[in-house]
Design a protein around this ligand. Structure first.
Ligand SMILES: Cc1ncc(COP(=O)(O)O)c(C=O)c1O
Length: 408
């Protein structure tokens, strides 16, 4: 029974990725390209399988942060146009040329280096993000100096996901003005600024290409429920019950005795921990799903293990009932189980962070398995991997309250 269990498993639904790409492409006018951002190992989902799924569904470019990420895609024989967003050393620039990647430039020195290596370049305009990039006059000068090596003009929004549109609009206005100017001077120049949030909220931000990351994974760029936004979460993160432990009054579990039973309690020991990406800050706060039931992570999360309180399932109350949790049962951290689900957005809210970080934190020792399931409501129903509820439910996922959970 346990043979088909993985200690720490990320199941990535490539049909969901394709659905999300198609959903985004449908927002774009004809002729606007979609660059699928697969940096950081595809936001933890696996860069190569996601890139292939994205290209199959209508993406035509791929975006990465580093030259190593570009090389990984090329080693997998992915030939699509590839843009590296981040800064590079001289040695990395040589590797980027070998990988036939295009690169972002924001200095004359780096432009010279890139052109010497026959790289095509995208001039990075700082329209307000305030990190890398140059002002409008310097961007125009770099574009002129790039000659036939010029491929694009790019910028990046700082607040596209925020309710207040003021800064977003000011960035868009600055970019629109410069893009108009440079497109008039440089035929074929590709102007691009939109991330997922901008792509979904503002058609005027689409220009010649959008660079979408978070939304292609079915995660909401706005941190809310992705389903009403037409996105399907691709990631399911799970483990299994390795053992059940019954404790009595006063017995504790785990480091620091963060849980002390105040009566008979049943706990599941789950062989996944913070080294797999289950944040230690979820101790006594996060929930998991076991056989469709929501259970609290109880006791300190260790590097490789955690414990879950099985409410209403105590030795005294229900030792062997049909609903009793047993070794081998699946434990879901992100995803659906029965009528319940936990979104990456729920976990992020509980931790005071963003869904990007939850997905990226799924560590390299978590096994990635790729599934391809039909959507909920499709005529053919697959295994429950990505069968998501048709309507969103509230409240979302996890309890916002900290502190020790009530013992059963
Ligand atoms: C330059 C650049 N473009 C596009 C993206 C994609 O952003 P998002 O994941 O919000 O769609 C990123 C990600 O941070 C980025 O750094």
């Amino acid at each position: 029974m346990l043979d088909d269990r993985q200690r720490a498993l990320a199941t990535v639904d490539l049909a969901a990725v394709r659905h999300n790409i198609a959903h985004l492409v449908a927002l774009l006018p004809a002729g606007t390209a979609l660059c699928a951002v697969v940096k950081a190992n595809g936001y933890g989902h696996g860069a190569v399988p996601v890139a292939r799924a994205a290209l199959r569904a209508g993406a035509s470019w791929l975006g990465v942060a580093t030259v190593t990420e570009a090389e990984e895609l090329r080693e997998a024989a992915i030939a699509a146009p590839l843009l590296i967003f981040g800064p590079m050393t001289g040695a990395e620039t040589a590797r980027a040329a070998k990988a036939h990647a295009e690169v972002a430039v924001w200095s004359q020195a780096f432009l010279d280096e890139a052109l010497r290596r026959r790289l095509r370049v995208h001039v990075k305009f700082n329209s307000g993000m305030g990190r890398l990039g140059v002002d409008a006059a310097a961007a125009a000068a770099l574009a002129a100096a790039a000659g036939p090596g010029l491929s694009g003009l790019m910028s990046h929004f700082a607040t596209a996901d925020e309710d207040d549109p003021a800064f977003f609009v000011s960035q868009l206005e600055r970019f629109t003005a410069l893009a108009g100017q440079l497109k008039a001077r440089h035929a074929g120049l590709s102007a691009h600024i939109a991330n997922s949030a901008a792509t979904m909220r503002e058609p005027a931000a689409h220009f010649d290409m959008v660079r979408t990351g978070i939304a292609i994974y079915g995660l909401s760029p706005f941190g809310d429920d992705p389903l009403p936004r037409g996105l399907r979460p691709a990631l399911r993160l799970s483990s299994y019950v390795a053992a059940i432990r019954e404790v009595g009054w006063g017995e504790s579990v785990g480091y620091g005795r963060a849980f002390i039973a105040d009566g008979p309690a049943r706990l599941a020991i789950v062989p996944i921990g913070y080294a797999d990406g289950i944040a230690r800050a979820l101790t006594n706060r996060g929930d998991v799903l076991i056989a469709g039931r929501r259970c609290r992570i109880t006791g300190t999360i260790s590097m490789d293990q955690l414990t879950v309180l099985l409410p209403g399932d105590t030795a005294a109350v229900r030792p062997r009932g049909p609903a009793a949790v047993r070794p081998g049962d699946e434990v879901v951290f992100i995803g659906r189980s029965g009528a319940e689900r936990i979104l990456a957005e729920d976990v992020a809210r509980l931790l005071g962070t963003i869904n990007y970080e939850i997905a990226c934190d799924v560590s390299s020792r978590v096994v990635r398995r790729y599934a391809d399931t039909p959507a909920a409501g499709d005529a053919v129903r697959g295994p429950s991997l990505a069968g998501l509820p048709a309507t969103p439910r509230a409240p979302l996922g996890m309890s916002p309250a900290g502190g020790p959970a009530d013992p059963a």
